[in-house]
Design a protein around this ligand. Structure first.
Ligand code: ADP
Length: 303
């Protein structure tokens, strides 16, 4: 285990570097989704207060990594890159909180978020990837998908919206779509947030009992909860059939919200770090430009 980068992250306690976190959280077919302890905090030995500190420290690193992604895409050699982060998970698994954390870290100019809900009439009138393709980020940006094209397997399968002959080929179609993206410089990082039955019950209960959270309550969440094990199977099939080194799945234990937010941030850092991003060389002579700057200071006159 290595120390985290940054002084305040270092103070926060023993924590693992982004590559180490990625290795710990990578989907492992032998262990399976249900083999992951939802209360665990792989790669982080501290407590909640440490986790919040580490999260803050990473916010700056993530912002700077996105700046590098943007600057890299301005290079004259045409080496353009972008990144899509896919978030999936059960109801109340904390997808929204992760999105808020990341958009708070990077800001709207560098990171765009899309929540994929029930398709609108217009979306439903198109190929299932149409609405996803429209949200592929421009060069230099990060797109965070709160649910994604995987709902076109999961929701369709679980709610019986189309026969198996429709959703079954989509595992392959999605992989081809993702391969096309990665081959063109757009990394695809996929995260499954996983919570326990007890934790989901507590979060759903809050929506029922706390008036400010009532707007989040949906009767269909309870109907879906009843089918807990069927959902587990559907998630497992997705992980098993669409995990690939070029578009990997990570399973993030999410009973502790602070851990999930920190861990997804580290996964993002790991992927941005691995992209070999470089700032473009200045297209001017720095010494001459500095002289010019000094000259302007001397020449500024009052009106
Ligand atoms: P969330 O539950 O993520 O906070 P919503 O309340 O808007 O957001 O719910 C989104 C719903 O939309 C989920 O039940 C999800 O299964 C459904 N959904 C998303 N994509 C699709 C799709 N392609 N086809 C059918 N249902 C979908």
């Amino acid at each position: 285990m290595t120390r985290g980068r940054g002084t305040s992250a270092g103070r926060a306690g023993p924590l693992t570097d982004p590559a180490g976190v990625a290795a710990l959280l990578r989907y492992d077919a032998d262990r399976g989704l249900t083999g992951v302890d939802t209360s665990s905090t792989p790669g982080f030995a501290g407590r909640k207060t440490d986790g919040l500190l580490a999260q803050d420290a990473d916010a700056g690193l993530i912002r700077r990594a996105q700046e590098r992604l943007h600057a890299h895409s301005l290079r004259p050699d045409g080496a353009r890159r972008a990144l899509i982060l896919v978030l999936q998970g059960r109801d109340a698994s904390g997808k929204g909180g992760v999105v808020r954390h990341l958009s708070g870290s990077v800001g709207p100019h560098g990171l765009e978020t899309t929540a994929f809900g029930v398709p609108t009439q217009e979306e439903a009138a198109h190929h299932f990837l149409w609405r996803v393709q429209r949200r592929v980020p421009p060069w230099g940006r990060i797109a965070v998908f709160d649910r994604s094209h995987y709902e076109d397997i999961l929701a369709v399968r679980m709610h019986g919206l189309a026969p198996r002959s429709v959703w079954e080929p989509r595992y392959g179609m999605i992989r081809e779509f993702e391969d096309g993206l990665t081959a063109n410089g757009i990394d695809v990082v996929k995260v499954m947030l996983t919570v326990s039955q007890g934790e989901q019950a507590e979060r759903l209960r809050e929506r029922i009992t706390v008036p400010e959270k009532a707007w989040k309550h949906s009767a269909s969440d309870l109907a879906d909860r009843l089918r807990w094990h069927e959902y587990a199977e559907a998630f497992e099939d997705v992980l098993l059939r669409t995990d690939d080194d070029s578009a990997p799945w990570y399973v993030v234990p999410s009973n502790r919200k602070w851990y999930a937010r920190w861990a997804v941030g580290r996964l993002l850092l790991h992927h941005l770090d691995s992209m070999g991003l470089e700032f473009p060389a200045p297209a001017f002579d720095p010494a001459a430009a500095e002289e010019e700057l000094d000259a302007t200071t001397a020449l500024i006159t009052r009106p």
